[in-house]
Design a protein around this ligand. Sequence first.
Ligand code: FAD
Length: 456
Amino acid sequence: MYNVAIVGAGPAGIFTALEIVKLRPEWKVILIEKGLRIEDRKCLLREGAKKCPTCKKCGLLCGWGGAGAFSDGKLTLTPDVGGHLTEYMEREKVEELIKYADDLYIQHGATDEVFGTDRKVFSELERQATLAELKLIYSPVRHLGTERSLSVLKSMQDYLDDKITILNNVAAKNIIVECEQVKGLVLDNGETIYAESIVIAPGREGADWLTQEFAKNKIGMVNNAVDIGVRVELPAPVFAPITEKLYESKLVYYSPTFGDEVRTFCMNPNGEVVQENYNGIATVNGHSYANIKTPNTNFALLVSKKFTEPFKEPIAYGQHIARLANMLAGGILVQRFGDLLDGRRSTPDRIKSSTIQPTLKCATPGDLSLVIPYRQMQSIIEMLYALDKIAPGTASRYTLLYGIEVKFYSARVKLTKNFETEGVKNLYTIGDGAGITRGLIQASASGVHVARAICL
Ligand SMILES: Cc1cc2nc3c(=O)[nH]c(=O)nc-3n(C[C@H](O)[C@H](O)[C@H](O)COP(=O)(O)OP(=O)(O)OC[C@H]3O[C@@H](n4cnc5c(N)ncnc54)[C@H](O)[C@@H]3O)c2cc1C
């Protein structure tokens, strides 16, 4: 019998554990993680495999540190980006939680360098963006870099190792609920764990599982938007005037044709494009290293679409489109912007005769117009032209577009201000899997908040 059981050792789950250990050192806490310990995690693609072996438990997404472990750890220190926490509490409270979580990252070895804090520089870039009908969001960024991100997570793991029970390589299979009160978890190794409170933090990786378990227990869900788009890769000098000042720029645009929101996401100066695998579906992402630099910069362009009644399956919609890209390309598809506009596929020869070479070597040259719906494609094209006004060269015919990038933000669970589910007492859910966050710092902050709610 535990005081608290936590499912998922991503930042949301880890920060829950760190805060409970601080507030209630005498409590018995268990953390269940379906992936491996940080030092055992492996992604064969990152280690040079030519093709993603689509592992059953994706090494990039599962294991201590969650989806962010191999990321370059960009902590976006604002409530305006990376989640919806301000919908649950006052903005000042979210700012306090972000500052608190950020300080914990520093205590465990994060660098104290933050990009994008100069208001004067920001104002000038904001002016240029406004002229191009783009909205630039103020978002200072602490950049850990992939190598340092791993050592920070290792330090947290070492710290918690002798204070709580950590189970690796075991997944939570069922949530036990009796009389509208959570009782425990059945694990996929047959074991049953009983706990007074349970925090479910399975990330986007476990969002499908969460949705199914919550539906079984009649916990309310609301549709979240589904974000579909491409990863853009271009020569680093094209975006250097912006990335050198802000590191990462969050730009929002409303496409003239459809009025849909298109935004830049996860910008990686001198970074590389990576493939990730969600339960057998290959999608694209990007990261950068603190010490290794490529000649390219990449970022996602995501088009947000919120569906109205009666459609209730935004995740399935995103998955269908990603599967279509996989079907055509056998994985990730890459196309030059010029080829897309000319209505022809990219070929290995066309890619070779370009001013930029893809950093994701396993991507297959193809035709994104066969995959991405017209609505999203048109919005992406319009956004590329808008970006070209503040970073000339963005709409170059050589710019590479990888497909597809999709964010399964899951259906959002109906939650109280303390992230307790509406309907089942002492069952909490946080992080990306609950649909309330979309980035490292807000996921971490949601963990601190839920821990305080349980402990105090
Ligand atoms: C390549 C990449 C780069 C990124 N870069 C950045 C970045 O620079 N900055 C940023 O802010 N965000 C970034 N993100 C997003 C960020 O990683 C996520 O927003 C964040 O990790 C979400 O935290 P979480 O704890 O909610 O979920 P996750 O980190 O996804 O962790 C969930 C954990 O739960 C485990 N799990 C799932 N189901 C079960 C189950 N049934 N039983 C037991 N365990 C389970 C999973 O194995 C996983 O380890 C990146 C993501 C990726 C994939």
